[in-house]
Design a protein. Structure first.
Length: 339
């Protein structure tokens, strides 16, 4: 087994998942403003350092996706952020795309950019300690979208990115996110996600990407957030599993879902339900941002010096998601917050 294949497995095995702490400065500013905390480089670091030095990191977080600013910061003890993450047995990762921009030829849709200069940036991130990376493509659902153009151009960019990352001896996380925004029902989400995944793997194969050294970060199959149809957890799990079995090659070792608009509890419950019926060799795990951090952030904002309560909340969320990777989560456990 090659080094990148080992790393891909290490990130998602043994009830672990990924903490997506790769919010850009703009997004982090919105999050901090929403809880009335000034968004300075120091405050952004303070919040992240609180999470990265939590006990929950050791047992439930196999990888942390960082943003360019964060990977270069030093902690209060003088360690670099990647060193702090490694000290808990977790793998440091980095978001490397430069964001979704208007797609020429279909300007209501987006294509993710960031391939220019990527080879050089990857070499720098590797030196800083990163061992995996993330690139996110986004797709709208409406009567007209996603277009063939958006599906093909984003799949092509994801594959070029993944090939460059493996050349740099790192694991690429491939994140094609079919957005939850809209009135569509669960069947429409299934149909679009299947198309998107098919095209992604066609391109990844064309670019000679070693799928055993990758992680897929997909959306779950959910109705749109404005849909009249409400689906239950069992249906979401069944359709999500079916879509992945039919469209993701079995060489892919791990699937780490994004939470995409779900609440903390919904994201945990749905993952637990998927794992109850998971009859594949895929490790089904999580790569959550808000669904791991939101409650911790709200508590931290009340008193940014009170790290122990913030860590207690983060430890609990990490544990709940860790349990859901092996279908051991329950609503009763959810209520038992302990240190």
């Amino acid at each position: 087994m090659s080094e990148i294949e080992k790393i891909a497995k290490q990130i998602v095995e043994k009830d672990k998942g990924i903490l997506a702490a790769d919010e850009s400065t703009g997004t982090m500013t919105k999050r901090l403003s929403s809880v009335n905390v000034e968004s300075t480089a120091q405050n952004r670091l303070k919040f992240r350092e609180t999470l990265f030095s939590s006990e929950g990191m050791k047992n439930y977080i196999g990888g942390v996706i960082l943003y360019d600013e964060t990977i270069k910061q030093k902690t209060s003890s003088g360690k670099t952020i990647p060193e702090l993450i490694k000290s808990s047995g977790s793998v440091p990762g980095i978001k490397v795309d430069t964001g979704a921009k208007k797609l020429a030829g279909s300007t209501d849709e987006k294509v993710t950019e960031g391939l220019d200069g990527l080879r050089e940036r990857l070499a720098e991130y590797f030196k800083l300690g990163a061992r995996f990376t993330k690139w996110r493509a986004v797709y709208n659902i409406s009567e007209k979208y996603p277009s063939e153009l958006a599906i093909k151009s984003n799949a092509h960019a994801l594959a070029r990115y993944a090939a460059l990352v493996q050349e740099a001896k790192m694991v690429p996380i491939v994140e094609p996110e079919v957005l939850m925004d809209g009135e569509h029902n669960i069947n429409k989400c299934y149909e679009v996600t299947a198309k998107v995944l098919k095209e992604c793997y066609k391109e990844l194969n064309l670019h000679n990407v070693n799928l055993k050294g990758t992680i897929l970060k997909p959306n779950m199959i959910l109705p749109g957030n404005k849909s009249k149809d409400k689906s239950n957890t069992a249906e979401i799990a069944k359709m999500t599993l079916k879509c992945l079995k039919e469209n993701v090659p079995s060489d892919v070792p791990g699937i780490a879902f994004l939470s995409g608009g779900q609440t903390e509890i919904e994201a945990t419950q749905n993952l637990n339900e998927i794992n109850k019926i998971n009859d594949t060799n895929f490790i089904m795990s999580f790569s959550y941002g808000r669904a791991l951090q939101q409650s911790a952030l709200k508590n931290w904002a009340k008193n940014i010096k009170d790290t122990s309560n913030t860590q207690k909340i983060f430890n609990h969320r990490s544990k709940m998601n860790g349990l859901s990777t092996s279908a051991k989560w329950s609503m009763d456990l959810e209520k038992q917050i302990t240190a």
